[in-house]
Design a protein around this ligand. Structure first.
Ligand code: ARG
Length: 463
């Protein structure tokens, strides 16, 4: 049997067949951690030098080798080999090619278990920064749009039925609030990602006099993990990320569903710019909201990744198990999906056209002003339940006669209740209905302007 030449090959007499090796290898995807693996190694070796575990000269030579690898990586000149299984062993082999057997000292007081966890923390910390930036950008696009549409009136819906007229800006600001909560969740996620597992070694710590605080500081982490077993087996920070992205995608998917409805022939509330629409290969007239549909559709794969990892983690005994290698592909895909989706949604919103007239019209030919009449009577002292009953009857009669409430003349309306007077026609206008809903957080113009002002301060970090 041929000698086992793996970095861990010492206790082996046989070799693994190539197809089995491929099954176990992760380099085809964990190469995305290359930069972070080098950063982790640089901090580790600096710590080994400063604590005297390696001589300063040894540490410097290893650092020079790692820096050279970093330059090669940036130049696109690093080539990985599946025979070396994963990013960590590929890097060690490449370092050995650069500086010879001294490379073997880098792995003193370290294991791939704390190494891979460190890489993942560094990677996700960087990506969380991008997600937060893109979310802030999306919300500033929403704020700009809301500012332009405080007085644009649209039907507010419940059960997808016209309910009461609202300001379009109010509708947009509902999403602003959802996305702000998403930001807060990611900021909290950052707290659990900003921890250093380095120095936990395989599972139990090490006999070498390492300085975990130093390597944590060198890597810019908030602090080292407290427990070495937890450090190498914790993937909560990735699960939190996947669940936060799931909630964010759910919000985006709801928004996209509305966008898809709004640009249909039935609504015609908006039209998407050509740069965010596609045509049909058979129907020449088509302009499809594909990008909104794709965001809605991609929500499914993110949920899948969350459930995939939750299932991997379920029942996993402490500490490291190879199952944990399955934490990566779903996370990488989720990062790519969310960063692209955030850009696409922001671009779609900033370039779409809003058909104010069409929105307004659909509040004029419906019964979304029925509550106004009921409130009007209640304000004049009639118990609300009675007012509700009377207006319900009036709506029924209106439907039978093909009319809206405001189409009846005053005498006819007074037949339903004598408290109704000439000013009712003002109350029945959609603008009045919106403008008067000035309760805190309501759709009244003043309230919406207040929301926007507060949100602007919030985005600038002023409150
Ligand atoms: N490629 C491995 C992973 O992603 C690295 C850690 C391997 N550790 C081990 N003890 N086999 O999880």
């Amino acid at each position: 049997m041929s000698k086992n030449t793996k970095l861990w090959g010492g206790r082996f007499e046989g070799t693994v067949e190539e197809w089995v090796e491929q099954f176990g290898a992760s380099i085809s995807f964990d190469h995305q951690l290359a930069k972070f693996d080098l950063m982790g190694s640089l901090a580790h070796v600096q710590m080994l030098g400063q604590t005297g575990i390696l001589s300063l000269e040894e540490a410097e030579q290893i650092q020079d080798g790692l820096q050279a690898l970093l330059r090669d990586l940036e130049a696109g000149e690093l080539h990985f080999d599946i025979a070396n299984e994963d990013i960590h062993m590929n890097m060690e082999v490449l370092l050995t090619e650069k500086i010879g057997p001294l490379a073997g000292k880098l792995h003193t007081a370290r294991s791939r278990n704390d190494q891979v966890a460190t890489d993942m923390h560094l990677y996700l910390k960087e990506q969380l920064g991008h997600v937060l930036d893109k979310l802030a950008n999306l919300n500033s696009v929403l704020l700009d749009l809301a500012e332009k549409h405080v007085e644009t009136i649209m039907p507010g819906y419940t059960h997808l039925q016209h309910a009461q007229p609202i300001s379009f800006a109010h509708h947009l600001m509902a999403y602003y609030n959802m996305f702000q909560r998403d930001s807060e969740r990611f900021a909290f996620n950052l707290k659990h990602t900003d921890l250093s597992p380095l120095g936990a070694a395989a599972l139990a710590g090490t006999t070498f006099p390492i300085d975990r605080q130093l390597s944590s500081d060198l890597l810019g982490f908030q602090q080292p993990y407290t427990n070495s077993l937890d450090a190498v087996s914790d993937r909560d920070f990735i699960l939190e990320f996947l669940s936060n992205v799931s909630i964010l995608m759910m919000h985006m998917s709801r928004f996209c569903e509305e966008i898809i409805n709004w640009c249909s022939f039935e609504y015609q509330y908006i039209s998407l710019s050509d740069s965010f629409s596609t045509g049909s290969s058979i129907m020449p007239q088509k302009k499809n909201p594909d990008m909104a549909e794709l965001i809605r559709g991609k929500t499914g794969r993110v949920y899948g990744h969350l459930f995939g990892l939750l299932t991997v983690m379920k029942s996993l005994p402490l500490a490291y198990n190879k199952d944990l290698q399955e934490d990566k592909e779903g996370m990488f895909d989720t990062v790519e999906t969310i960063l692209n989706s955030l850009d696409v949604l922001a671009g779609m919103l900033s370039s779409m056209q809003v058909n104010k007239a069409k929105m307004q019209q659909s509040t004029e030919n419906d019964f979304s002003n029925a509550t106004e009449l009921a409130d009007y009577l209640a304000e004049k002292g009639l118990p609300f339940r009675e007012a509700h009953e009377i207006v319900g009857k009036l709506v029924l009669d209106s439907i039978k006669h093909g009319k809206n409430i405001q189409d009846w003349d005053l005498k006819e309306l007074q037949a339903y209740h004598p408290l109704i007077e000439e000013d009712i026609y003002i109350y029945l206008r959609p603008e009045t209905a919106v403008q008067r809903r000035n309760s805190l957080g309501g759709t009244g113009f003043e309230q919406v302007k207040y929301q926007i002002e507060q949100a602007k301060k919030e985005l600038k970090g002023e409150n």
